[in-house]
Design a protein around this ligand. Structure first.
Ligand SMILES: Cc1cc2nc3c(=O)[nH]c(=O)nc-3n(C[C@H](O)[C@H](O)[C@H](O)COP(=O)(O)O)c2cc1C
Length: 309
């Protein structure tokens, strides 16, 4: 894996932007541990992102990125803040990045779009992306329809820029699997939700640790915004509304602001975005432990296969 060389980081691991969650504390912890930490813009105003950028610089001298949610109302302001603050790396998704690309490239920013299929991969390569993240539907939060481990090789074959695999990576074994399928690095989100440095309420972390692997579901299919979440009172109610076939006003009313609610501790009526690997979330540990653990297993399994196959 060589995305670490391109991004000037020690480990080929990017922390995905997580709305309401990935602030300076998490981003700096990931960067200090050798990965690429990222500030989220989902759920934050452009000026709040500016403050987090300033904070992260006080906490680390290592590279970090900012995740641009393109459908944010104040995306123009956000793009301005990113350029003014001299951010060097961004990931972007949930919308069309084309109108902003030239500005980003002129400012010398390394742009890594998050894409969900071959068509989008080819498009962002043409626009000048330095690499791309392919996020499969195993991931937590808003998802596409194609899965990481089935689609990754197709994305790899369709472009000439490095591909970063996201969605379903919790172990060194999965990192190696992603590499074999063509990934130059991985992006992780859910694996970091129970980290000490992740600024979510203790209830949020406990809910994930106590849940079983099968306690996940996808809500919002009828809204065309499918979202992988932990099964709780809210998720069951949203599902009931969708399945009843009625109008979706009540769905939107309940879903509005629910991500923030969960982060603040309401694990029954907040939306806990989570990926498929709940089995691997069994304690609260430091970001450094998580990243070192991933790399240790990745190196060991790689060595084993080199020697035994
Ligand atoms: C709680 C949560 C919030 C997320 N918010 C965002 C976001 O704001 N922007 C984004 O591009 N991706 C978001 N994602 C996706 C992650 O950046 C990352 O790609 C994904 O978590 C990788 O899959 P994994 O959860 O299986 O590790 C979110 C994921 C989670 C779990």
């Amino acid at each position: 894996m060589n995305i670490n060389e391109i991004l000037n980081i020690k480990y080929p691991i990017i922390q995905g932007g997580m709305a309401h969650i990935s602030k300076a504390s998490l981003a700096a912890a990931v960067s200090n541990a050798g990965g690429l930490g990222q500030i989220a813009s989902g759920g934050f105003k452009a000026e709040e992102v500016r403050e987090e950028i300033k904070k992260v610089r006080k906490l680390t001298d290592k590279p970090f990125g900012v995740n641009v949610v393109l459908m944010n109302e104040d995306v123009e302001d956000l793009v301005k803040v990113i350029i003014e603050e001299g951010v060097e790396i961004i990931t972007c998704g949930a919308g069309n990045p084309a109108p902003f690309f030239e500005k980003w490239l002129d400012a010398g920013i390394k742009v890594i779009p998050v894409i969900a299929n071959v068509k989008m991969a080819k498009k962002v390569e043409k626009l000048g992306a330095i690499a791309l993240v392919f996020e499969g539907a195993e991931a937590g939060g808003h998802i596409g329809s194609l899965n990481t481990f089935a689609e990754l090789p197709a994305i790899k074959d369709s472009v000439n820029i490095p591909v970063i695999g996201a969605g379903g990576v919790y172990t060194g074994r999965q990192m190696l699997a992603a590499e074999i399928l063509g990934a130059s690095g991985v992006q992780i989100g859910t694996r970091l939700l129970t980290a000490e440095e992740t600024p979510v309420h203790e209830n949020f972390k406990r809910a994930l640790i106590e849940a079983k692997d099968s306690d996940i579901m996808v809500t919002g299919i009828r809204t065309k915004m499918p979202t992988r979440v932990l099964k709780n009172d809210l998720a069951k109610k949203l599902n009931e509304i969708e399945m009843s076939g009625g109008d979706l006003d009540e769905f939107f009313k309940l879903a509005k602001g629910s991500g923030k609610k969960a982060v603040e501790g309401d694990v029954n009526w907040g939306s806990i975005y989570t990926g498929e690997g709940l089995y691997f979330l069994n304690k609260i540990g430091s970001v450094r432990e998580i990243l070192d653990g991933l790399m240790k297993e990745y190196e060991e399994v790689k060595k084993y296969f080199k020697e035994n196959l």
